[in-house]
Design a protein around this ligand. Structure first.
Ligand SMILES: Nc1ncnc2c1ncn2[C@@H]1O[C@H](COP(=O)(O)OP(=O)(O)OP(=O)(O)O)[C@@H](O)[C@H]1O
Ligand SMILES: [Mg+2]
Length: 238
């Protein structure tokens, strides 16, 4: 009988975990059994999706909000800490600009928010700006389409190390294209240590810079990281 069940499971493309799920169900009626089974299959599918999203997000290291020290971050009036943690900005398709010196926890916070979003059933993708532009510049149509599709399907795009390396004119155009496609359709988080006034320095073109700033800053919250480098502090303690 188990073999036959397993055969139908494959045919119907039900979870391979079905074989473990159904014997563990304790039910008093057919309805109760069926309900419990469907519920468990649903949960199983969502959990697999969550793990897949986590693996595909592009995070280099996973980080969490737990134990994260917010004391050195200056919040704008438009955003409270608990609204940040509950990802309210995501529902409103608002952007976050995490600005501050090196080692102050910008990447950590962006990743932790991305992980939180995925844990809540959303999709997040993470790129270091330079890697993203390099991927888009490969000329490999299949690869480029894959990147565009990935970003399109995401609820949250995290662009790390914004402005850390200068771009070519074509790179800046590609970045504009991405920002423009995200405008009011999803949230973008950028981490940077470059103030707006100096963005032209790595985006090359004045008009393009203005257009990018305009789209990013409209519906956005700017968090200012005022602390000292965690990397420095940690290595000094050792
Ligand atoms: N507020 C914080 N609470 C806990 N850990 C932190 C905090 N800020 C930073 N860290 C840790 O310190 C290290 C450096 O942080 P992170 O990489 O996020 O800095 P960054 O602001 O992105 O720096 P950079 O501008 O150089 O990229 C990481 O290991 C991170 O986990
Ligand atoms: Mg960083």
């Amino acid at each position: 009988m188990r073999e036959e069940i397993s055969r139908y499971q494959r045919k119907l493309k039900l979870s391979t975990n079905l074989m473990d799920i159904y014997p563990a169900i304790n039910a008093q009626s057919h309805e109760e059994f069926l309900l419990e089974l469907l519920k468990k299959l649903c949960e199983d599918r969502e959990e697999k999706r969550r793990i897949r999203n986590l693996n595909n997000a592009g995070f280099q290291v996973l980080k969490s909000l737990e134990g994260y020290d917010f004391s050195q971050i200056r919040f704008p009036e438009s955003l409270l800490l608990h609204n940040l943690e509950s990802l309210e900005f995501l529902e409103k398709k608002e952007n976050l600009i995490l600005y501050g010196a090196v080692g102050t926890g910008k990447t950590h916070l962006s990743v932790a928010l991305g992980v939180q979003a995925i844990n809540q059933g959303k999709k997040a993708v993470f790129y270091r700006v330079h890697n993203l532009i390099n991927q888009l510049e490969t000329g490999d149509v299949k690869e480029v389409n894959k990147v565009h599709k990935k970003i399109k399907q995401a609820d949250l795009l995290i662009l790390d190390e914004w402005g850390y390396l200068p771009l070519h004119q074509e790179g800046a155009r590609l970045l504009f294209d991405i920002i423009s496609s995200c405008y009011e359709t999803k949230s973008v988080i950028i981490t940077t240590n470059i103030e707006f006034g100096k963005w032209k320095g790595f985006l090359f073109d004045e008009k393009l810079t203005a257009a990018i700033v305009d789209r990013l800053v409209h519906h956005s919250h700017i968090l200012i990281f005022t602390g000292k480098s965690y990397r420095m502090t940690n290595s000094l303690m050792k």
